[in-house]
Design a protein around this ligand. Structure first.
Ligand code: ARG
Ligand code: ZN
Length: 887
């Protein structure tokens, strides 16, 4: 996060420039003395020359930023000033021996740190965030993941104000000091890269439990929180225990240290961080109680806790050689947490949610200025590459291995990966090779998934030949257009699951032309060329095709087919994902047509076929209620916007509102009956069936009944709001009220504020709910909320709840044609950039799609982007995003 000055244009670094470091650091001894005005960090490093790269006498260049060097000694001898040089980014020692000990003392100022990287304060407590390149803000170091060392950390601080002092590994000694101070020493026996270092100090209390590992060791589990939150930790603890057990059962992976600590902090740039033995979490992904957190919050907490825990093997034990390999640990760990959540909840439901997220956000990233391969080729600011592409598309690419090798083959490959690379810093290629070796199969065709940006598009044509009784699938692949210049697209290996159905909904036995007998009713086809044909034989009548079942590869599908086929699949497909998807595709097609009609001033009419299919879903009593809720949800405006150019925000909004109203009116009786059926009068429970019930009835209420705006519905909403004994129902009711211009709206907001103003995570919801309202007055409301006393630029959660919710999730109101929201965002980004560049750079991404809008909006956004880029002293974070956007 170096500041861009007018003289220096930030330069990218390239993957192909990787070389090993000239020196290795084997051992780190840190002593961190926390004082109000300044923190003193003493470090003793055991360093040796890397014989493979460095010639003798090569200078030692250590990273360091925002450090004040106080002392420096080599092998115990203070260094004269002529022996080294310090600049804004580095400490250079001109000449060093082959083996030596380097001692430094630096001063840092965590209380002035608003960037929330390195050592900083949150609610008066100290914590750290070192990934990717922020350990260098704590001490001078070779701050790169291929330098792995063991750490011993001694922390000292005022005893009353910082009774709890934590770092990685095991607590090995403690002691008292003068002036009411105390110290604690931690030792982490596992070698690790500096980005996994962590330190926490403060007034914290601990909710603890244990876990007995498969080899019989007892691990102490500790969730550390501020005292007022001690009653919100049980779910996090249970989630951790489940994750530990799942990883043993699924992959035979056991935890290695004797203690596992999680600390919840209020001010955190990201979700959470997997520091060895001492995870630091955004409190949003730890704290919950039924009255403060929704069912979705509970599920997110379980998933993030698991994600960070799984990193202990995929990330920590085996780490990344360089940051270009980030997807090696993130894609793999997201894949693992997705499977975990599927096992804890419902496979189809989880798959649908993940694919929805991928298609809405990652496909958009792929089609915008930030398009990059899951293993990027270059970056200016690494923090900008913690993206949905690296994470979620990365997870889809890992899933390709599972699809090709089967679950068992995948597990074998993973075992081989650990056997070969435990304790090492490796690359994505190493992962692929381990998978291939274990299964004795050539996986080099998968390489293009790592090296190419953009979403492959499969164009599909199915042709039935009644005479020959054959069904021929013709599939081509290309790439969806990207604005950023990309090298020519090379075909990928795309595994495609397919089935064919007869008119009764029976899956047909599938026999390819070169086979003697049918092999199953679902086939995995491998598309590896630009164009391929697959011929199925002995097909007695024209079938209905179910293509890319379970979303077997992260691609877009283009296929002309009669609406009747989609309606048929909605009713009959035995792949739950595709069954849901058929409904989405049909709804999407109709919504896009309606949007065109609206824009042309034509009368809007909804296809009766869709109304009928929707009715079948509503009344299908075999369908799991959560899945039913998913199937009822219409594609969102942002997703629809991606399918057209230019994006007509008003037309999409009107089309979707129209469809919602027609469905709500047509099925008013059925919807009310569903609501009543699933609206529980018994007290809150967090059983699966209770969660499913809440999901369905709240979808019915929020996404359909509310559109009717009649008294009966308003009364239902009011009752639910007043009587809810859990946050899921309360938030759902309040979000219904956000869509209604009635007195109850403001009353409810006030009541909610009065009750929850002292709980930051719940207050975030209060901001977010108002920001997500589709009422025309929302822009003004957001502008005024930005000067609300509880709005605070220094708290990332609060910023995201108001600003991100509005600018990124509320398409129709953010893109108001007067450009006021654009101006608001640009000003806010500039203000925030001085405090927290990482967060500012995330927010400015709300402009990334600007070229896809109509001329008026395009110009308005472009001029805001130009204003931003013209700013002197812009951070490299924001500079990189905006310059890519304007290029
Ligand atoms: N490794 C963390 C995770 O579990 C995320 C860290 C994000 N750090 C950053 N500098 N952006 O996904
Ligand atoms: Zn991660």
């Amino acid at each position: 996060m170096n500041k861009k000055t007018e003289q220096t244009i930030p330069q990218p670094i390239y993957r192909h420039d990787y070389r090993q470091p000239d020196y290795w650091i084997d051992k780190v001894e840190l002593a961190v003395d926390l004082h109000d005005d300044v923190t003193i960090v003493r470090s003793i490093l055991q360093i040796r020359r890397n014989k493979d790269t460095a010639s003798e006498g090569q200078p030692l260049v250590l990273n360091g930023e925002k450090l004040t060097l106080k002392e420096i000694a080599l092998n115990g001898q203070p260094l004269p000033e002529s022996a080294y040089q310090v600049d804004r980014e580095a400490l250079i020692i001109f000449s060093v021996p082959d083996h030596f000990e380097l001692s430094t003392v630096v001063a840092i100022k965590p209380h002035e740190n608003t960037e929330l990287v390195g050592l900083y304060q949150s609610n008066g407590n100290y914590c750290t965030q070192c990934e990717a390149e922020s350990f260098r803000r704590i001490t001078y170091f070779l701050d790169r993941p291929d330098v792995m060392a063991t750490y011993s950390t001694t922390i000292s601080a005022d005893k009353a104000r910082y009774p709890v002092l934590l770092s990685n590994g095991n607590r090995v000694a403690t002691g008292e000091l003068e002036n009411n101070r105390h110290w604690v020493r931690w030792e982490d026996p596992f070698r690790k890269p500096s980005y996994l270092f962590a330190l926490v100090a403060g007034q914290l209390v601990c909710h603890h439990g244990t876990f007995k590992t498969m080899s019989g060791r007892e691990i102490r589990l500790e969730i550390w929180v501020e005292p007022q939150n001690i009653d919100k930790c049980e779910h996090a603890l249970l989630s951790l225990q489940k994750a530990m057990q799942w990883d043993e059962q699924t992959f035979g992976l056991e935890y290695d240290l004797d203690v596992y600590m999680i600390v919840a902090v209020n001010d955190f740039n990201m979700g959470a961080m997997e520091n060895k033995g001492l995870n630091v979490f955004n409190s949003k992904f730890v704290l919950c109680r039924p009255d403060t957190a929704t069912d979705d919050d509970y599920e997110d907490i379980e998933a993030v806790i698991a994600h960070e825990y799984f990193h202990n093997w995929t990330g920590n034990r085996v780490t990344c050689r360089d940051w270009f390999q980030l997807t090696l640990k993130e894609g793999l760990t997201v894949y693992r947490d997705q499977r975990f959540t599927a096992d804890m909840t419902d496979f189809a439901l989880k798959r649908i949610r993940d694919v929805k997220k991928l298609r809405t956000l990652q496909f958009a990233e792929d089609q915008g200025p930030m398009a990059h391969p899951i293993r990027p080729e270059s970056y200016i600011e690494m923090n900008n590459f913690y993206t949905i592409t690296v994470y979620e598309k990365g997870a889809e690419v890992v899933r390709l291995y599972e699809t090709l090798l089967g679950k068992e083959g995948f597990a074998k490959g993973l075992a081989r990966y650990f056997e070969k690379h435990d304790g090492q810093a490796v690359t994505c290629d190493d992962f692929r090779v381990a998978m291939a070796e274990a299964n004795q199969i050539d996986l080099t065709p998968l390489d293009r998934w790592y090296s190419q940006a953009g979403t492959p598009v499969c164009e599909v044509r199915g042709r039935y030949d009644a005479e020959q009784m054959t069904y021929t699938l013709q599939v081509t692949q290309s790439r969806a257009p990207t604005p950023a210049v990309q090298p020519a697209f090379m075909p990928c290996l795309i595994p495609i699951r397919v089935s064919l159905f007869d008119p009764k909904g029976q899956a047909l036995p599938l026999q390819l032309a070169d086979e003697n007998v049918p092999i199953g009713e679902e086939r995995l086809l491998s598309l590896s060329e630009t164009q391929q044909q697959f011929i199925f034989v002995n097909i007695p009548q024209e079938p209905v095709l179910s293509f890319l079942r379970g979303f077997s590869a992260p691609v877009q599908v283009k296929m002309q087919r009669p609406r009747e086929h989609l309606a048929f699949l909605m009713a009959h497909d035995n792949d739950s994902f595709n069954r849901w998807d058929a409904g989405q595709i049909l709804a999407q097609e109709l919504l896009l047509n309606l949007a065109q009609d609206w824009a042309a001033g034509r009368e809007l009419k909804l296809d009766p076929l869709f109304i009928q299919s929707f009715g079948k879903i509503l009344t299908d009593s075999r369908l799991n209620p959560s899945l039913k809720a998913m199937a009822m949800m219409l594609p969102d405006e942002k997703f629809l916007g991606q399918q057209i150019e230019p994006i007509d925000v008003d037309a999409l909004y009107e089309a979707r509102s129209f469809m919602t109203r027609v469905l709500a009116r047509t099925f008013r009786r059925e919807l009310l009956a569903l609501y009543q059926q699933y609206h529980s009068t018994s007290p809150y429970s967090n059983s699966r069936s209770a969660i499913d019930a809440r999901r369905l009835k709240n979808t019915v209420l929020r996404h359909f009944l509310t559109a009717l705006q009649d008294e009966e519905v308003i009364a239902l909403i009011g009752q639910q709001f007043q009587h809810a004994d859990n946050m899921t129902d309360m938030q759902a009711a309040l979000s219904c009220l956000m869509e209604l211009e009635i007195p109850e709206r403001e009353q409810a907001l006030q009541q909610f504020y009065g009750r929850w103003q002292h709980d930051p995570l719940v207050l975030d919801k209060w901001f977010a709910l108002q920001a997500s309202s589709s009422l025309p007055k929302t822009l003004d409301r957001v502008l005024s909320l930005a000067s609300h006393p509880d709005f605070n630029l220094r708290n990332p959660n609060r910023v995201r709840s108001l600003i991100w919710t509005f600018c990124s999730l509320n398409q129709v109101r953010f893109h108001s044609a007067d450009g006021r929201a654009y101006k608001f965002l640009a000003e806010l980004v500039l203000e925030l950039d001085r405090l927290n560049p990482q967060l500012a750079s995330r927010l400015v991404g709300a402009f990334n799609q600007w070229r896809r809008f109509d001329k008026l909006r395009r110009n308005l956004m472009e001029s805001q982007l130009n204003t931003i880029i013209a700013q002197p002293n812009l951070s490299t974070d924001v500079y990189e995003i905006v310059s890519r956007s304007l290029n």
